[in-house]
Design a protein around this ligand. Structure first.
Ligand code: NAP
Length: 277
């Protein structure tokens, strides 16, 4: 890219008006003095293919992908990373100089980095992980935890069949619990993760008996609005270390920004303040 070119990136989805990514990447562009832009783009599924082919011709170096296009872009990309293929969805596209479209999924990376940054002595191999939920976000969390060497993964989902399907796909490290007995998963768990949308503003709370939690358990919630969910507050009361979901959102953006703009940005308090403002 020469000095006269202004690199463009953005997020494609529908809807995209609520996305925090423009603030996030905009903050880093400003911090690093990069003359680029990050733009939210509402794209209908019928236009997805033509949009993806047009964007590189317009100066785009890549885009984030959000609902409902995260699965469909895998079919349109020339190269798909192993982790995106395993998760079955991509959240990041890189438009390479050779014209190829490269699809990746950085949600699992974001999940792991958030825990590592907030609980530096957290060790996924220290004991079983208990996961609530079996949707798209759960797939990224499960893939990342398995890759990091977790010995046992306990999984409960309201729709049990979806949890069973993940067990078939990801293998015997996963044991499936009934949703009504999800509290049983917490006994001896080193890591507890809420990947459901319960606890989000406007949704019911995640109501699981937390008697099985111990002080050593690290509890995290993917929900970040509100930042302190009922689960995190209850975990803190029990003396557990609780990590909110905002950091995952921030960290998943780091590899994309680096690939697009050539600088590895930092996740710090200034970025959190910018997002929460
Ligand atoms: P999804 O694919 O639609 O899955 C939703 C999950 O929530 C499913 O397991 C679903 O269970 C469960 N659920 C929804 N309503 C429920 C209810 N009333 N009772 C019990 N379970 C319920 O969504 P997703 O993409 O996985 O996202 C899940 C959450 O993670 C969202 O809040 C999203 O904002 C958040 N997220 C955060 C980050 C981050 O960076 N922090 C990244 C990705 C996602 P069923 O299968 O039974 O429907």
């Amino acid at each position: 890219m020469n000095d006269n070119e202004i690199p463009l990136a953005g997020v494609i989805g529908s809807p995209v008006a609520h996305s925090k990514s423009p603030i996030l990447h905009g903050h880093w562009l400003k911090t690093h003095g990069i003359k680029g832009h990050y733009i939210p783009m509402d794209v209908d599924h019928r236009d997805l293919e033509s949009v993806i082919h047009a964007l590189p011709k317009m100066g785009f170096v890549g885009v984030n992908v959000t609902i409902p296009h995260k699965e469909a872009v895998l079919e349109l990309a020339d190269l798909v990373t192993d982790r995106a293929a395993l998760i079955g969805a991509a959240n990041t596209l890189i438009f390479r100089k050779d014209g190829k479209v490269h699809a990746d999924n950085t949600d699992g990376y974001g999940f792991m980095e958030n825990l590592r940054q907030n609980v530096p002595d957290w060790n996924p191999e220290a004991g079983p992980a208990a996961i609530f939920g079996a949707g798209g976000a759960a797939r990224a969390v499960i893939a990342a935890l398995i890759e990091s060497g977790v010995s046992e993964l306990r999984l409960a989902n309201r729709t049990r069949a979806r949890a069973e399907a993940l067990r078939s796909e990801f293998g015997p490290k996963i044991s499936v619990y009934d949703w009504v007995q999800a509290g049983d998963m917490l006994e001896g768990a080193a890591t507890v993760v809420n990947t459901t949308s319960l606890g989000m503003a406007g949704k019911p709370e995640l109501r699981i008996p937390l008697g099985g939690l111990s002080r050593d358990t690290v509890v995290t919630d993917l929900v970040y609005a509100p930042l302190e969910t009922g689960l995190l507050l209850a975990a803190q009361e029990k003396g557990c270390r609780a990590v909110d979901g905002l950091g995952m959102l921030l960290h998943q953006a780091v590899p994309a920004f680096e690939r697009w703009f050539g600088v590895r940005p930092k996740v710090n308090e200034a970025l959190r303040r910018a997002i929460l403002a």
